[in-house]
Design a protein around this ligand. Sequence first.
Ligand code: SF4
Length: 432
Amino acid sequence: MQFHKIVSKFPDFGINKKQEILRLLYEISKREKISSERILNSLDYNNFKTIKKELLKRRFPYSFAHNKEIKPYLPKFELYPGRSFDVKKSKFNPKKILIEKSLTSNYLKDRFKAFFPKAKFIEIASLENFILENKKSGETNYNKRRDIVFITNEKYDFFKKCPCTKDAIGCGYNIFNLGFGCIFDCTYCYLQEYSNIPGLIFPANIERFFEKFKYYKKSKMRIGTGEFSDSLMLDHITEYSLSIIEFFDEHKDTLFEFKTKSSNIDNLLKAKHSGNIVTSWSLNPQKIIDKNEFLTASLNERLVSARKCVDAGYKVGFHFDPVIYFKEWEREYADVIDLLFSKIKPLDIAWISIGTFRFKPELKPIIENRFPNNNILDEELLLGYDNKLRYPYKLRYDIYKFLLNTFKKHYKNLPVYLCMEEISMWQALRLT
Ligand code: SF4
């Protein structure tokens, strides 16, 4: 839609009103797969309030039918050429490996050298300095993050509590902050908006994390590495899992979780463990994986890997997160659950989490620019109780209820929790 067509149809409207009309026309035309000109030409009114109400009704029909008030997020609509993600240019093959000079061990540097002999290995004063000297931001940079690896000497940021979201019931998760950034590319990934680092970070001083753990540890805690990265994406290079499994053998009352969308489990299969290590996979219908979880393992590969981990004595976990709403969602998610239980026995499952798609509003234009053909933004996503964009309450309730009932058909007492969901939802689903 060209902005000038809105200007000539509504010359008396101010710029913000015109921008809102443009945004709504774009979203409706993308969702309904008709031209925005056709929608514009069908607008017979001259009153902005009436026009906006009509367009909102058309854009969010479910929400209008179920809620008195809706809170849409209508940022300025801008698509910048050259910012889109290109799967063909996204193979992980770093050009530069930058190493903090305070590091005393060459272990990780040597591992990366063995895998990427053509990369340039350069010593830097520190990651902090490098970022200050090379301040650039934007989606183009995020697309190039796989080109640079930082091997760092972590000094401060070893562990933290998962921040969850405002007014939600938390699951008590703790983050073992071993690295930042991901080689995969999920359309919905919050790192696209959160990250200001022009590369991927891998701390080389894992022993320092272990020293610090005794000060952080609480009895029966749950901790894992999959918050700011994928726990196993490069485990064949870093071999973090081997050190972690060995270390947590001495902390048997702690549950450690490797969270992944990969099938990179060879190190896990050869490690000796004491049963307090959980390997977990995020699950989605293959249709959703194909369009939204680029470069990750397929659903089947994830479940085959989970089966191998169970055979090696591990407990496994599954995260139905984010659950994406789409036309055939019930059948597709039921099929995923049936497939899961055809491979994994309920008693081998440590936990299952469910979380419907939600994200900070700032991520919306980034997804639009990086993935202009995405479908995930076409559904009804409105500002929710925590100011994140979410599906309407009733739709989220229906999704949770359906998944919980489908789980129950396989086993009644699965340890299931909701991720980042408000208290009233837990109560309505009788999960508290
Ligand atoms: S696997 Fe996780 S961290 Fe990696 S891109 Fe996807 S959502 Fe982000």
